[in-house]
Design a protein. Structure first.
Lengths: 450, 566
């Protein structure tokens, strides 16, 4: 009896040991903290990575700590390490939809199938937790559609509320679903709802142009195509979870990105402020050039000149600083001339020519510098040199109407009206429909001829 | 007792199971490594090709370095053996281009010295075409800020005639192609230009690391068209820049890839330009030496999502067997390479997903690409040469501390019939296994065995030659179409082979892929066809001729005027 008991206990012990061994053998090990190569990264950015990595070492089971590091990586463009961190955050915080969402978003550029899996997880967590943020549904729908899973994509799009500004994006995607099913009427209906949204208007116009062509509606197609070509590129739809993640951006590169965003949105004063913030931290050539380009748009030519000269102190070979300086000097000369200060205007024009010449000496195919020089020479009445510079500009940048216009004006004044006319005809298709300059110049030339 | 025995047996089984776990895992890993036969074998060293690309000094993130250099394979003197021209991009003080001649034993001999093509510089793309109709193909090389034209003198010697020809391209030239846009018998030239680069402008990644600038940093440049005026009284070929009168000056763009082919079926060659991050352009030939841009109405400006992508390399061929060529353009890792199927004639539709090409084993930034029938099963396959343009994880330390971060693996897609592709990259470690910073991809039947071979150029690495080793390949034909009156290959000709109630179509056009020029001969994979019924050629001037059928597995030369009018 005792022997039997011993055998049973020993067997149970063995089984328990085997089970424990199996557990340790097969259990998931905690992931290593990702360490992408950060050599020569911005010191401020590197410090934020190190800080976030330190927080994980202190609290390895903290989902927030992993998510924070994921956000820092994502904001620095390290998508796979970011996805790895968000995956661990998702494991540790098994109810929050935000972590698998950000994991999926980071993976979109890396592995679409894996991204879809993560986004599905985010959607199911959102549904369970009754989270009303539609971003996971929208992003998942976009990826499913790109993967050809039309029904699945359509189902996700039902979750975007009508009142949400991103509903237009849902209409755009739904239109694509219907178009792929050859439901042309249905897709048109959806895309027509997208024409007034900055997130969708250009893409919708392109789609409608294509659709109209398929239906043989040539003029409608051309109309949409024309509209699409006039519109700025669609902006990304607002994604609060991603935006929060990208707030972890730090360092000079992040400030430049912010300045670019402000400028692209027309917030020039804000852009200037950000660029000045960079200069307060360090002497920076690009920030100086950025200010040299932006300040004239705010009417501050003197400020721009100062910034561009500062840029050239930092990098005497800086091409853009020198070219923009030639432009700023040219603009100042025009101002001076208008105010009757001809002598000062001439001085400025001469320096503008000199700066343009130096730019060209360094980069012989700098077409815009030839244009700037041609205009300045024209104003200095050095017509032969001006014509040569403008011809060179046409040769290098034949897609811009300005050198044709200036050269035509110069030639017309010399009585060479036929060549001026030919140049203006070449320039005509290059101008935007709302730019009357060529039309006006042709009319003026006609009067001159008669 | 019985219970105890049972428990002991059970625990023994558990132990055995646990012990076998690692073995099972090993076994599975081993099974994963068992691959079907590789389609290609790396024969670079074996044939004596010793070219290592010079990208110049690292550290400045000089943007032209990231574009790399192309290569050309052509028959320089009409002896049936090929030469390989490999370009260098290390700047004026860097290494010189290399020219290799194929020997009768299949090996290659370096004949660079004294060839005239052995010069250093920021050399980008190459176009091959006989511009003076003397029967010898000439060479055009695009550079960062220029082009250079070399006239073939025979015996592996070339003479620089850039200045005498009047060619001038004050821009960063990328891909280029010779084609006869006005059908006057003289090959004209199109040069795709990239961006108006400022080398003093420094770019950084989001984390602040120095990085190559993205193309959006700079304005794009116009594509230039040069009309071949034919030889002057002194015998020198002259080109006239017709960019403005042709209308090509109207739209700039960051162009990288080019394809000249008849996109609308009117018999006149058009120009497709793949733009990097901007809508592509399709310049339709108006038959009066002017062109009209029609990429949007023909659906090749954007992908199916109405988005402009980063177009790099261009491949074309009949992917679905409907007799019309289809278009394949390579893009960034975060995008998809796009396949536009043609149909109806002149209209294209993004069929990337339906073709299976979006279901790749991995993603990559595609540059050089080729659509060709590697297994001779009668269906065109696709090869893609990959390499990043922005820093990623270290993928190949042997390429050094910089370029190792830009390395990616190439890809190979097999056409399973009717334009459905399957990623077979995992089964092809020779071509796809080693991460490289690949740019150029050239296709040619190097050894005349009927199997198409591949040449890959890489940044800061070896140019690698891959021999086709597909087992039990199908039957084939390798056809050269010549216009005897012009003494040269009939660039732009369409060749159709008929057999067993089916037809196959190819075009005489070496200028595809990225910065490269491939063998001009048209290769047909014909599956189990041993005898073709007839061959029809639509010559570039619009004349059509039918040639008698013949046995497969041979090289043919079809001469204009020797066939029958159908």
């Amino acid at each position: 009896m005792i022997r039997r008991l011993v055998i049973i206990l020993a067997t149970l012990g063995l089984l328990a040991g085997a089970g424990t061994g199996f557990y340790f053998f097969s259990r998931e090990r905690p992931p290593a903290v990702p360490q992408p190569g950060l050599e020569d990264a911005d010191p401020e950015y590197r410090a934020s990575v190190e800080q976030a990595q330190g927080a994980i070492r202190t609290a390895p089971k903290s989902a927030d700590a992993w998510a924070k590091l994921g956000s820092v990586f994502r904001s620095g463009g390290y998508r796979q390490p970011a996805a790895d961190c968000f995956a661990q955050a998702a494991r540790l915080d098994s109810a929050n939809p935000r972590w698998p969402y950000l994991q999926g978003e980071a993976l979109i550029w890396v592995d679409r199938q894996a991204a879809i899996e993560s986004l599905r997880q985010a959607v199911s967590r959102s549904a369970r937790a009754h989270v009303d943020e539609p971003a996971p549904y929208l992003r998942l729908a976009g990826e499913l559609l790109a993967n050809g899973q039309l029904d699945d994509a359509e189902e996700q799009l039902q979750h975007i509320p009508d009142a949400d500004s991103r509903r237009t994006v849902a209409h755009l995607l739904l239109g694509r679903v219907l178009f792929a099913r050859n439901d042309l009427a249905g897709s048109r209906e959806e895309w027509l709802l997208c024409l007034n949204s900055p997130f969708t208007q250009q893409q919708a116009n392109n789609h409608l142009a294509d659709l109209a062509r398929r239906l043989g509606e040539v003029s409608a197609s051309e109309k949409y195509q024309e509209q699409a070509s006039r519109l700025p590129a669609d902006v990304s739809w607002p994604d609060p979870w991603l935006q929060e993640c990208l707030r972890e951006r730090s360092g000079i590169a992040a400030l430049f990105r912010r300045a670019e965003q402000q400028e692209s949105q027309g917030h020039l004063a804000d852009a200037v402020q950000v660029l000045q913030e960079i200069l307060a931290r360090e002497p920076n050539y690009k920030a100086c050039v950025g200010l040299g380009k932006t300040l004239p748009k705010l009417g501050d030519l003197r400020g721009a000149e100062k910034m561009l000269r500062q840029a050239l102190e930092i990098d005497p070979r800086g091409l853009q600083a020198r070219y923009y300086l030639s432009r700023v000097l040219l603009a100042q000369a025009e101002q001076q001339r208008k105010s009757g200060a001809d002598k000062e205007a001439t001085r400025l024009l001469e320096e503008s020519v000199e700066q343009a010449q130096q730019t060209i000496a360094q980069k012989p195919d700098y077409g815009l510098a030839y244009l700037s020089m041609g205009i300045a020479l024209k104003q200095l009445h050095r017509d032969t040199e001006a014509a040569a510079a403008l011809r060179k500009a046409i040769d290098i940048i034949p897609d811009l109407p300005d050198p044709y216009l200036h050269l035509a004006e110069l030639l017309a004044a010399e009585g060479k009206t036929d060549e001026a006319h030919r140049l203006l005809e070449q320039a005509q298709p290059l101008t935007k429909p709302d730019d009357p300059r060529v039309k006006d110049a042709l009319a003026k030339l006609g009067q001159h001829k008669s | 007792m019985r219970t105890a025995k049972f428990l002991i047996a059970a625990s023994a089984l558990v132990f055995a199971g646990l012990l076998s776990l690692p073995l099972v895992r090993l076994k599975l890993d081993g099974a994963h490594q068992l691959q079907p036969h590789d389609w290609f074998a790396d024969i670079t060293d074996e044939v004596g090709l010793h070219f290592i690309h010079d990208a110049g000094p690292t550290g400045d993130f000089f943007m032209p370095q990231a574009i790399g250099s192309g290569a050309a394979i052509f028959d320089a003197d009409g002896d049936g053996r090929l030469v390989i021209l490999l370009l260098q991009n290390g700047g004026p003080d860097g290494a010189k281009n290399q020219l290799y001649r194929q020997l009768p034993n299949g090996r290659f001999e370096d004949i660079s010295a004294g060839s005239g093509l052995d010069f250093a510089g920021y050399n980008m793309g190459v176009a091959i075409g006989d511009i003076n109709n003397d029967g010898r193909p000439d060479v055009l090389i695009t550079q960062y800020t220029g082009v250079r034209l070399f006239i073939n003198q025979g015996n592996g010697k070339f003479v620089d005639q850039t200045e005498a020809s009047g060619l001038s391209n004050p821009a960063w030239g990328a891909s280029a192609a010779f084609f006869d846009f006005d059908r006057d018998g003289w090959l004209d030239l199109v040069v795709v230009n990239y961006v108006d680069y400022d080398p003093t402008w420094k770019c950084n990644s989001s984390s602040g690391q120095r990085e190559f600038c993205p193309p959006s940093t700079f304005p794009g440049r116009v594509t230039r068209l040069f009309h071949n005026l034919g030889p002057s009284a002194a015998g020198t070929v002259r080109f006239e820049d017709v960019t403005i009168p042709s209308g090509l000056h109207r739209l700039e763009g960051p162009g990288l890839g080019v394809l000249c082919a008849d996109f609308n079926g009117d018999g006149w060659p058009d120009i497709f330009v793949a733009n990097d991050g901007k809508p592509n352009r399709l310049w339709i030939n108006q038959k009066n030496s002017t062109f009209k841009e029609e990429a949007v109405p023909r659906n090749v400006a954007f992908n199916g999502m109405a988005q402009a992508q980063a177009g790099m390399g261009v491949a074309f061929g009949d992917a679905d067997g409907d007799g019309m060529f289809d278009l394949f353009v390579t893009h960034l890792t975060e995008e998809t390479n796009t396949l536009w199927l043609q149909g109806p004639r002149g209209q294209f539709r993004d069929m990337t997903f339906r073709s299976g090409l979006s279901r790749a084993n991995w993603r990559g930034t595609g540059f050089g690409t080729v659509m060709a029938d590697f297994d001779n099963d009668g269906w065109n396959d696709i090869a893609v040469a990959n390499g990043r343009v922005s820093r990623g994880p270290m993928a190949n330390a042997s390429l050094g501390p910089l370029w190792g971060h830009y390395a990616e693996r190439n890809q190979l897609f097999a056409n399973n019939g009717a334009g459905i592709f399957r990623d077979i990259s995992n089964d092809n470690p020779a071509f796809c296994g080693t991460p490289n910073v690949a740019r150029g991809l050239v296709v040619a039947d190097i050894d005349g065995d009927g199997g198409l071979d591949l040449l890959v150029t890489t940044i800061s690495g070896k140019a690698r030659l891959f021999h086709n080793t597909v087992p039990a390949r199908g039957h084939w034909l390798l056809i050269r179409a010549i216009d005897p009156a012009l003494h040269r290959d009939a660039y732009g000709a369409e060749i159709q082979v008929y057999a067993q109630g089916r037809s196959w179509v190819r075009w005489v056009n070496p200028a595809t892929s990225f910065l490269c020029s491939s063998d001009v001969r048209a290769h047909f994979g014909l599956g189990n066809v041993q005898q073709v019924d007839s061959i029809e050629v639509l010559w570039p001037n619009g004349e059509r001729e039918r040639f008698d059928g013949c046995a497969t597995d041979q090289k043919l030369e079809l001469r204009k005027g020797t066939g029958k009018r159908p």
